[in-house]
Design a protein around this ligand. Sequence first.
Ligand code: HEM
Length: 225
Amino acid sequence: MDPTLLLLRWAHILAAIVAMGGLVFARFGLVPALAEIDTATRDKIHEAIRRRWLPWVIGAITVLLASGLANFLLFNGRVKAEGWSGGFWMRQTSYHALFGAKFLLAMVAFYFASALVGRGQGTQWVRNDRAKWLSVTLGLSLAVVLLSGWMRQLHTGPNQIESSGVGMPSSSRRADGELSRDGDDGVEQAQDRYRDGRAGALFREPGAGDSETVPATVPATVPAQ
Ligand code: HEM
């Protein structure tokens, strides 16, 4: 286990929980409740909340950006250094494209999240219809989370139901062929873990069949999966 990666993951996921939790509460609890009171009181409450919530939004965005970029660069470096799938893993899985889409969506979500707790005249149009732009920001954030899970599964493989019960296997075969194992039955579990997934094709023994999982765009120099 890599403690740096674990810390980055904790920080990233906690920041996402704080930011998205705030959005859900504001959209489905706060804004509908405040719609029932007079405008002067509502504006006062919004201002009081805004001042207190702003540091949390700035903090969450900063942590998401810093941990996300660090995570991406470290992962990229590892894939290159270990020559996953003959150096073509990123292309085969479209990981970079997914990351690009996620990054763009996250930037737009950050813009709206900041505008919702901002004070500038230029972003007043966002606060004029809080319910609508909160929904948009939530939708964007949801798309970002879905893309993140997709990206992750490209290199962790699918979860697997084991005969003894439900759970993740304790070992896996890495792209460089090295087997990391925690228990005596590690070899068997490693062989099973990626049996069906497309990502799994990149971890399987050559000649294990399943050639249709390798995209046609893979250059001829890449070893058969
Ligand atoms: C709205 C903002 C964001 C949300 C809600 C979010 C959410 C998440 C979540 C939930 C995961 C964990 C996925 C999992 O472990 O199953 C994740 C992973 C990740 N995020 Fe974010 N994220 C956001 C912004 C960013 C940004 C701005 C970056 C890059 C600068 C980034 C880069 C990454 C990377 C590289 C991973 C690892 C994906 C992998 O395992 O391959 N994220 N994100």
